[in-house]
Design a binder for this molecule. Structure first.
Ligand SMILES: Nc1ncnc2c1ncn2[C@@H]1O[C@H](COP(=O)(O)OP(=O)(O)OP(=O)(O)O)[C@@H](O)[C@H]1O
Ligand SMILES: [Mg+2]
Length: 333
């Protein structure tokens, strides 16, 4: 018995053969197990192949394929020669998917703080001690957030007027200076929404409608830059603050943050000791920044706030705003 290894089918290459053919695991071609006699010895087979090649080159017997022709193409050749599969051809004609963050409308914003706003924006005075205090707060806070994989920060105070919005805005502007980052600043003070005014922009969107999914994030949020988006509120409505208790709000926010691929989200909230909004919202945040008014917040009020937070959300730090002696905001974290 003789084994003849070749590429192609037994009948095309050796039309005169009779016998069985099986797959040879080593050469991955066919092996013809034949019962031919001594007349079809190796010499005869070589002669046959020479004749077969000549026939192929003169276009006679085009069905005969030589070993060379059947040698597999290397991968590079295949890649160059192969046409794109149909699915890929269709995809290449479709426009690239734009990220939801980039689909948000970008509005003009005075980062240099040349225009007068209700709040002093420390970005206008980059070298001032207050601006440096906000950068310090930003960096310390980012370290804490990163260490725990956190991103949601509530900014609140003991009583109203302590400077919550002032601190939330200036902290967000400082965060927005981190290249390649994404910060969202949200006005969740339904009683006195003042984020837009503090930033010197027109209030846009209805926060209650955003939280009840009647307004899409893409309709509500506005980008001030590549790194900062804001969600302001043009409709003060104390009753709407009940939404902060709603579990649906948690889902809406989770989806929004994921969709926007935000790194940090700052929530401007009402004071802890005057409304229950902030406490109701604590399950939705990773940590709290407590703003203490250097002129009026008492130690007892701060202690009361800490007690309210205990067991619900970590206190990331206490910011001493309007610190008289040193004329700058101080941070304890
Ligand atoms: N460090 C500061 N330097 C100068 N002005 C400040 C400072 N902090 C706050 N203010 C001013 O005090 C006022 C109240 O500040 P802000 O609106 O931030 O307080 P709030 O705690 O957010 O008040 P509310 O509880 O009503 O939301 C604003 O007019 C703001 O410009
Ligand atoms: Mg405020």
């Amino acid at each position: 018995m003789k084994h003849v290894s070749f590429s192609g089918t037994a009948s095309s290459l050796l039309p005169g053969l009779s016998g069985t053919s099986t797959v040879d695991p080593l050469c991955e071609g066919y092996v013809a197990e034949t019962n031919v006699g001594q007349d079809m010895m190796q010499e005869g087979f070589k002669k046959f192949r020479r004749r077969a090649r000549r026939a192929a080159s003169s276009d006679e017997g085009a069905a005969i394929i030589s070993d060379d022709e059947l040698r597999p193409l290397d991968e590079t050749q295949v890649e160059i020669a192969a046409p794109l599969p149909r699915k890929q051809q269709v995809q290449s004609r479709l426009p690239m998917r734009v990220e939801p963050w980039h689909q948000l409308p970008q509005i003009p914003f005075d980062f240099k703080g040349e225009q007068r706003t209700r709040l002093p924006l420390v970005s206008a005075f980059r070298r001032s001690p207050t601006a440096r205090a906000f950068d310090l707060l930003r960096t310390r806070m980012l370290h804490s957030l990163k260490a725990h994989g956190w991103k949601r920060v509530a900014v609140t105070s003991a009583t109203s007027g302590a400077g919550t919005t002032f601190c939330a805005v200036n902290l967000a502007l400082s965060l927005a200076r981190v290249p390649g980052s994404r910060t969202i600043l949200m006005d969740l003070n339904f009683h006195t929404p003042s984020l837009a005014q503090a930033l010197g922009i027109a209030p846009h969107g209805d926060m209650a409608r955003l939280l009840t999914e009647e307004e899409l994030p893409s309709q509500h949020l506005q980008r001030l830059s590549e790194t900062l988006a804001v969600a302001t509120n043009r409709n003060p409505d104390s009753d709407a603050s009940d939404l902060l208790h709603d579990s649906r709000t948690a889902d809406v926010l989770a989806l929004l943050i994921e969709e926007m691929a935000a790194d940090t989200v700052i929530f401007d909230l009402p004071p802890l000791l005057e409304h229950d909004d902030a406490t109701a919202f604590l399950p939705q945040v990773d940590g709290v920044l407590l703003i203490s008014d250097g002129e009026k917040t008492t130690a007892a009020q701060l202690a009361a706030c800490e007690k309210m937070l205990a067991g619900h959300a970590p206190l990331l730090g206490v910011v001493l705003n309007r610190a008289q002696q040193t004329d700058r905001s101080q941070v304890t974290a």
